[in-house]
Design a protein around this ligand. Structure first.
Ligand SMILES: [Zn+2]
Length: 350
């Protein structure tokens, strides 16, 4: 393997974290508010996506449009050095020009899963969902969402529709429930229990917003303990978004980006059509265009992402894609607010 290939093959998320930048897990990918080309965005903007393609980690920026690039490009742009110098830095042959960046090659044992290993993990996660979800209530969700402006009646309706569940807020009880229903072996196989860890990450996040039967968003009810602790994590295969069925005669679908809390917020604000809630502004899947045009012919898509550079650039891409598939679409932003839940809590109605 050439030094260039070795540098490209490293685990980019570990490198980025090692260089002092925060990452938010998004399914099998990561989001970052920092872009080496256009700088730091809002802390929760996730304008940069880190993802794998053919087993190699790459990144792209939805804010400046920087195309899919390698680990070498990341380091060269961040440290303002040449590609050759970046290769030497990544391979541990030279130290960082910036002392605070203490990347050490060799400390990155987290191997990227192959496609078939990932499939097995997704299958195991779907099995966890099938064993854990049936019979779960929603009381923790009702109380938490009530504080975020969502009516208790609406949360109970979402629960009736299979769109929200909760597990105990006490992590000991939550872990006990997960262990009893799914079992330790399956929790490990599904990636819920990391090697060397005794605590499933989802035990800390009592609110569950399923995405079909294969994945879901898991949300904290307390404040994050540090800025690197994500409020929500996404697990499993996210090939179907969280979908609220509205009144069919309204013939409109709204697309929101901050997960199911934003989805419930627009329903609470009076939206009568269907709702698609994406886990993050960059999580749109182009495969959903044909599904929309076949299942909801003639419906108008209201692209209601956040009012920030990432939201704007993703909106542009989704509007272009909708146009290609003959779907009527327009931008519909929470004017003057960070996201729809902020707008809801300020008393705005749609
Ligand atoms: Zn950028």
């Amino acid at each position: 393997m050439t030094p260039f290939d070795a540098a490209k093959a490293i685990h980019l998320p570990e490198l980025v974290r090692g260089m002092g930048h925060k990452l938010t897990p998004q399914g099998a990918s990561y989001g970052s508010s920092f872009c080496p080309k256009c700088g730091q965005g809002k802390e929760n903007s996730n304008k940069v996506s880190l993802f794998t393609s053919n087993g190699i980690w790459r990144w792209k920026c939805f804010s400046c449009g920087s195309p899919a690039s390698s680990s070498i490009d990341w380091v060269a742009a961040t440290l303002e050095i040449t590609a050759k110098e970046a290769v030497a830095f990544i391979n541990g042959k030279s130290s960082a020009p910036v002392p605070s960046m203490k990347w050490t090659p060799g400390e990155i044992p987290t191997p990227e899963l192959s496609a078939s290993e990932k499939d097995k993990q997704y299958e195991a996660f779907a099995e966890v969902m099938a064993k854990v979800i049936p019979g779960l209530g929603c009381e923790e969700a009702v109380n938490y969402l009530d504080k975020r402006g969502i009516d208790k009646k609406l949360t109970r309706e979402a629960h009736r529709r299979g769109l929200v569940y909760s597990i105990p807020e006490d992590v000991g009880r939550a872990k006990g429930l997960l262990m009893a229903r799914a079992g330790e072996a399956l929790l490990r196989k599904s990636g819920c229990l990391k090697p060397n860890s005794e605590w499933p990450g989802i035990a800390f996040r009592p609110i569950i917003f399923p995405q079909w039967k294969t994945g879901g968003e898991f949300r904290l009810t307390r404040n994050p303990r540090s800025s690197s602790e994500p409020k929500s994590i996404r697990m499993g295969r996210l090939h179907t978004p969280w979908f609220w069925t509205g009144r069919p005669e309204v013939r409109s679908i709204i697309l929101v980006a901050e997960g199911a809390l934003d989805g419930l917020s627009v329903v609470q604000m009076g939206w009568k059509g269907h709702v698609i809630a994406l886990p993050g502004a960059s999580a749109w899947n182009d495969d959903w265009f044909p599904r929309i045009s076949v299942k909801y012919p003639g419906f108008e898509l209201f692209v209601a992402l956040d009012n920030d550079p990432a939201g704007t650039s993703n909106t542009r891409k989704i509007l272009e894609g909708a146009d290609k598939h003959g779907i009527k679409a327009r931008r519909f932003s929470p004017e003057g607010f960070k996201d729809w839940n902020d707008a809801l809590r300020a008393g705005v109605m749609i």
